[in-house]
Design a protein around this ligand. Sequence first.
Ligand SMILES: Nc1nc2c(ncn2[C@@H]2O[C@H](COP(=O)(O)O[C@H]3[C@@H](O)[C@H](n4cnc5c(=O)[nH]c(N)nc54)O[C@@H]3COP(=O)(O)O)[C@@H](O)[C@H]2O)c(=O)[nH]1
Length: 808
Amino acid sequence: MNPNPRIMIVEDERIVALDLKHSLEFLGYQPCGVFASGEDAIGQVAAARPDLVLMDINLGPGIDGTEAALAINTAHKVPIVFLTAYAEEKTLSRAERSMPYGYLLKPYELRELDATLRMALARRQAELEVEHAEERLRLAIDAAELGVWEWDPQSDDFQWQGHLEGILGGVPRVLRGEQDAFLDFIDEEDRPAVAEQLARHATVSSTVRMRQPGGDLGWIELYAKRYVEHGRERVIGVVRDVTERQRNEEKLRQANVVFQTTGEGVLITDIEHRVIATNPAFTLLTGYTAEDIHGRDPDQFLHARRHSDHFYPRLMESHHGYWHGEILCLRRDGTPFPAWEHVCAVRDEHGQLRNYIITFSDISQIRQAEEQINHLAYHDALTGLGNRHQLAVRLETELERARLAHLQVGVMFIDLDGFKLVNDTLGHAAGDQLLQTVARRIKSALRRTDIAIRLGGDEFVVIVPDARRLDDYATLADKLLDAVREEIELRSERLSISASIGIAVFPDNGEDSQTLLKSADNAMYDAKLRGRNRFAFYSPDMAERAHERMAMEQGLMQALATDALRVHYQPVISLADGQLVGMEALLRWQHPELGLVPPARFIPVAEESGLIDRIGVWVLRQACQQALSWQRAGHRPLRIAVNVSVRQLAQDHLVEHVAAVLAETGLPPQCLELEITETAIQSIEHSRERLRQLKALGVMLAIDDFGTGFSSLSLLKHLPIDRIKIDRSFVTGLPGDSNDAAITLAIVALARSLKLALTAEGIESPEQLEFLRRHDVADAQGYLFSRPQPAPALEPLLLHGHWQPTVH
Ligand SMILES: Nc1nc2c(ncn2[C@@H]2O[C@H](COP(=O)(O)O[C@H]3[C@@H](O)[C@H](n4cnc5c(=O)[nH]c(N)nc54)O[C@@H]3COP(=O)(O)O)[C@@H](O)[C@H]2O)c(=O)[nH]1
């Protein structure tokens, strides 16, 4: 309290006022203004700043002292002590309204004045302290944003004040009502528990849900205590909106569940990059436990990078404090794995860096899947070799390299000979197995720098990037031919397949990949035409020959349409008595410019183009008609042999065609013999069935070129075969070549044991004839007896019915 309290004097009698002033000074007070009217006093009180006002009640004209006191007290809260000579009831009641701190009746003694002033000032001081305390409490409640409530259980009077509007929304700052009005704010699920606590417990402490004005669920915290004061109970408490905190806690709980259960490894570090927390997935992914790495820098144990290649500086460069990308990580056991990592800098509300959060997932499986997809995109699924796409990419790359370094690049086009037959006869599974074996062999014959491709079907390409001489290609081609030709066991059968290889070399045979591949393809075709199982280098005339092939195909179609095909016949003679027993029908093409073209030149083209079907039926019809016309002319019925190519045999409608021609011509079926090359012996699945169907028509079946194919002899007995024909290549060396003789005799023995008829073909000399006759070969054909000729030229032999050796 001020040691010299400031006192304002309001007294209209000047002498009294001066006397009062002196008395106050004498008593140690500090008079701070003397005013004669209530209006003056009200006007000056703010400037005078009195601790107390001594106020006369009767102030002459104007407002009286009680009104001035009321105004001063209300506006400035300055305590008033009245000084008056009157104490009647009316004056006292008026004075009471301004809540005076004292009432001194004149005349008074100095001691009375002092005592009254001191009591008034002391009371004011006490009030000020209470006011300050209340103010502090109010400010504290404001700062804490609390609502304060009080409940009187007897009267059920409920009072709230404070931040209620903020907390509950839409309610006045001070609210009065009953307990139910309060409970209505609480969510109905939590309401009973709060009511129970209020009714029975000495304290209330609850976090409960409430509906916010917008309908959202909010949270409030209630604290209260029951007091008994003067025998009367009351409950006083506070309420606080904790919605934000609850939501944050909820988020934290959710975040923690994510942290604990996510499949991504998570590391939290401080700003010095020291690990302060890890999750279970991190341990699972890396093998590191939380203890292993606590306080360590992930750059030193997790990231498999160069020592200098630090990772956080890069993060710092990022504008958003966020980095993500692929990074190679190390497990605890040292094994590396690719990871997709996110690193995020965490800042507080002032933008101060606090932590880094590193999350990462193991992307090994994604990388493996990518590799697999990549592999599938560039590799042949059956053989594992490169595919067409790889060929395009690798060949282009090699050519580019060769252009820059002035190098050669070789391209080898490999096509298997007779693969279709294996596929058609042994089935696709066996065909696939054969391709896989061949692919393996090709691969193992190559150097690391060579590239093996399967184009599809039975076609392969080998890119040879760094051969220096043509000889190198030839050596490699030989190696590949040998490798392919090795025997293969397929479905318990041992067979051997050959290949034809065409070689083209950059830049001489093509300056771009398309031309180069085309050149290699042409060369391969040439190798095929020249007898298969060989390789050929590309030469410009091959392109010409390819043209020729196309021209031949066109010409053949034309020949069919213009009747330019001819059938010649070669007699078959019985070696026992020289009797004419049959004729083999052999096709010729009467070409307008080339003359008589032998079948070896056009049958492969016919087979490849599919024309063989129509040509085959045409030959069959011609031969049957010719045989019948010889019969009708009175000659002995002869066996007429017709060649059936492998592709014809593979056709479903072959049986129908043969049946139709027999029906159409009327030739007895037993007079027709179909010759199928030995390679068709492989016909287990389809061809065996086909042979049975043909046999069921009543025709005879012969295996042509016997001994040259890859069939198993043991299969012969399961086939409905009537005859085998010893291939010309074995007859040629007879009788002198011991190998040919041995093979011929083995075939003779085989035919005998299987009770098959036997014909030897290509007999050109009496010695060959003699050898074969001596070893009981029944029938024979060859230039010794007759070349294949047009039907009219054979009339003399037909008339005679016997072959007679020409005597020189
Ligand atoms: N699918 C069809 N294929 C046919 C048809 N006509 C013929 N061909 C196939 O062409 C192959 C070659 O036939 P060709 O040029 O007519 O040769 C035959 C004879 O001329 C020849 N031969 C006969 N005797 C001798 C001889 O003493 N010496 C010798 N150097 N050559 C001789 O052999 C061929 C007949 O052999 P083959 O058929 O094995 O009995 C021919 O092999 C058929 O594959 C046809 O219409 N359809």
